[in-house]
Ligand binder design. Structure first.
Ligand SMILES: Cc1cc2nc3c(=O)[nH]c(=O)nc-3n(C[C@H](O)[C@H](O)[C@H](O)COP(=O)(O)OP(=O)(O)OC[C@H]3O[C@@H](n4cnc5c(N)ncnc54)[C@H](O)[C@@H]3O)c2cc1C
Length: 400
């Protein structure tokens, strides 16, 4: 079986990329492969379900530009195909005086990133939006929304498969990619497929799949599990929409928040703890080989030696519900440990370079036979169509 392009990974980035290729060139034969029997089974299907507005990201970074462009593309897609979403807005709350300067900086940053109608709220105004929140000042971001990204992916897959030459095969783990003069052979446990180009969107395994075609991979994926609690029904009145803390500029992905879910209910979380397995959704999930690979990576060792205190704090909150509750009480003092029941978990694919840099922006590495999306962290679900647009342009250049 011969294809023009094989996309590895039917998460939101892989599906959006295939969709954009199809939109731009109907003549190309595209195949999407995923090892699971369902699409969006990993990061995409286990995330917070937030449509991010682009408030936090450094102006001009790939994250900032893709978030805002992707946000608009996502809303347009959902309107066109009837995918449910809700733009309920969020508030980012400063709970101590030392957070206020950074809160103001975020306000400036959001404005620079093109967000309109951002509102700085004083203590009393904040209560009008979230009466139970404890805060000194806050920003209200009206653009932020909620959605189910698995439903988005189902629609991407449906639209993609309307064309006969585009297909999606599940339950096919890519085990190897052999490159040759005319392209590559992608080997799964069931089949072999010839293709002119491979697009690697395999999330938590993007470094491993990249290594099939790329000799100089100086980036490793380190998995961080994000655990959630859910608010018991009787206490859901405490949260109207989305409530976020001011992020730590050194660790923007840390800081538990409250999220109203599109299908009902309120989630609290996620934290970020080193996972002993790439797809380790529970504390007891361990894969010795994967764990040792992470621990042996010089970049991760540097991260641990520098930030072990922060890591231990996250670990402690993971094992102690009391400590997790305490972190949440900063935002919502009325909440008690008994108001929280265990929820789900997701695992983030965090790319880490050899020098100990946790790569914050999207990272795409190209070689003769493949385009490797090696880092697609949050807000990649929001930005998926914009990332797909960029990656599809890179792919189509190879066919002109
Ligand atoms: C806890 C958490 C909360 C988040 N919250 C948000 C949010 O609210 N909003 C937002 O915009 N973003 C959020 N994100 C980020 C977002 O979910 C991810 O950036 C995005 O889903 C990445 O998509 P992906 O397609 O790259 O990866 P994935 O969804 O992980 O997809 C990769 C796919 O590749 C497949 N695969 C891997 N290896 C192979 C192989 N060898 N052969 C075949 N298939 C393979 C996997 O099975 C998987 O389906 C969150 C992430 C996490 C973890």
């Amino acid at each position: 079986m011969t294809y023009d392009i094989i996309v590895v990974g039917a998460g939101i980035v892989g599906l959006a990329t295939a969709l954009k290729i199809k939109e731009k060139d109907q003549t190309l034969k595209v195949l999407v492969l995923d090892k699971e029997n369902e699409i969006a089974d990993h990061q995409t299907g286990n995330n917070s379900g937030v449509i991010h507005s682009g408030l936090y990201y450094k102006p001009g970074s790939l994250k900032a530009t893709n978030c805002i462009k992707g946000y608009n593309m996502l809303i347009e897609f959902c309107d066109k195909y009837g995918v449910p979403y809700e733009l309920c807005g969020k508030i980012v709350v400063a709970t101590s005086k030392d957070e206020i300067p950074y809160l103001h900086k975020l306000h400036e940053r959001g404005t620079q990133n093109g967000l309109t109608n951002l509102k700085l709220l004083q203590k009393e105004e904040l209560k009008e939006y979230e009466p139970h929140v404890n805060g000194l000042e806050a920003i209200r971001v009206p653009q932020t929304g909620i959605i189910d990204y698995k439903v988005v992916c189902e629609k991407y897959a449906e639209v993609l498969q309307e064309s006969q030459d585009n297909s999606l095969k599940l339950g096919e783990k890519v085990l190897d990619i052999k490159t040759n003069a005319s392209g590559s052979t992608v080997i799964t446990q069931k089949n072999s497929y010839d293709t002119k180009l491979v697009v690697n969107c395999s999330g938590l395994y993007s470094d491993k799949v990249a290594r099939f075609t790329e000799q100089k991979m100086d980036v490793r994926i380190i998995p961080f599990r994000g655990e959630y609690y859910e608010l018991v029904r009787e206490k859901q009145y405490l949260v109207k929409n989305l409530i976020y803390p001011v992020p730590d500029p050194n660790f923007p992905f840390l800081g538990v928040h409250f999220t109203r879910m599109i299908h009902g209910g309120i989630e609290a979380g996620p934290n970020a703890v080193f996972a002993f397995k790439r797809e380790g959704y529970t504390k007891s999930d361990v894969n010795i080989t994967e764990m040792l690979e992470s621990l042996a990576w010089p970049g991760f060792q540097k991260v641990v030696s520098k930030y072990w205190r922060t890591g231990l704090g996250e670990m402690y909150r993971s094992f102690s519900k009391q400590a997790f509750t305490k972190a949440l009480q900063k935002l919502l003092p009325e909440i008690e440990s008994k108001d929280l029941k265990p929820g789900g978990a997701g695992v983030r694919a965090q790319a880490c370079d050899r020098k100990g840099g946790l790569i914050d922006d999207f990272l795409i590495l190209e070689n003769k036979s493949a385009i490797n999306v090696c880092n697609a962290p949050s807000p990649a679900a929001t930005s998926s169509l914009s990332i797909g647009d960029t990656v599809s342009d890179l792919a189509l250049k190879r066919f002109t």
